[in-house]
Ligand binder design. Structure first.
Ligand SMILES: [Zn+2]
Length: 135
C-alpha cells in the first residue's frame, strides 16, 4: 500500500496546490481591486488638494509645485485640443467649399462653348471665355 499512499499524498498535494492557486488567484483579484481603490482614493486626494489650491487655500510649497504642473498640463491639453479642433475645421472646410462649388452647377447643369470648348453654366447665353453666343 506504500505506492497507493504515495500517490494519495501526491494527489492531495496537487489538490492543495490547486486550492492554493485558486486562493492566490482570488487574492490577486482582491489585491488588484484594492490597488484600483487605492489609486482612486489618491486621485480623489489630489483632486481635493487641487481644488483647495485653485481656491488659494494651499500654502505648502511642494503641493503648489505639483499643482503648477497640473495647471501646465491642463493648459497644454487645452492648447492641443484647440489645435486639433482647428485641424478638423481646416480638414472639413475645403470639403464644404467643394460642395458649395458643385451645388450651382448641379442645379443649372453645364455645357461646353461651341466656339472655344470652355465648360460654362448651361444658363449662360454668351461664353464668358470667348464671348461667343451659346444660348
Ligand atoms: Zn467660348
Amino acid at each position: 500500500m506504500a505506492l497507493f499512499d504515495k500517490l494519495s499524498d501526491l494527489a492531495n498535494a496537487a489538490k492543495d496546490k490547486a486550492t492554493e492557486a485558486v486562493n492566490m488567484g482570488k487574492a490577486g483579484v482582491k489585491i488588484s481591486g484594492e490597488k484600483n481603490a487605492l489609486e482612486d482614493a489618491l486621485q480623489n486626494l489630489g483632486q481635493y488638494y487641487y481644488e483647495k489650491y485653485k481656491a488659494g487655500e494651499i500654502t505648502d510649497e511642494a503641493a503648489i509645485a505639483i499643482c503648477l504642473q497640473i495647471d501646465e498640463k491642463n493648459a497644454s491639453i487645452a492648447a492641443l485640443e484647440a489645435e486639433m479642433q482647428g485641424a478638423k475645421a481646416n480638414f472639413t472646410a475645403p470639403m464644404n467649399k467643394d460642395k458649395e462649388d458643385d451645388a450651382p452647377a448641379a442645379e443649372g447643369g453645364t455645357k461646353f462653348c461651341t466656339e472655344c470648348g470652355a465648360k460654362i453654366p448651361a444658363a449662360t447665353k454668351f461664353c464668358p471665355e470667348c464671348g461667343a453666343k451659346v444660348g
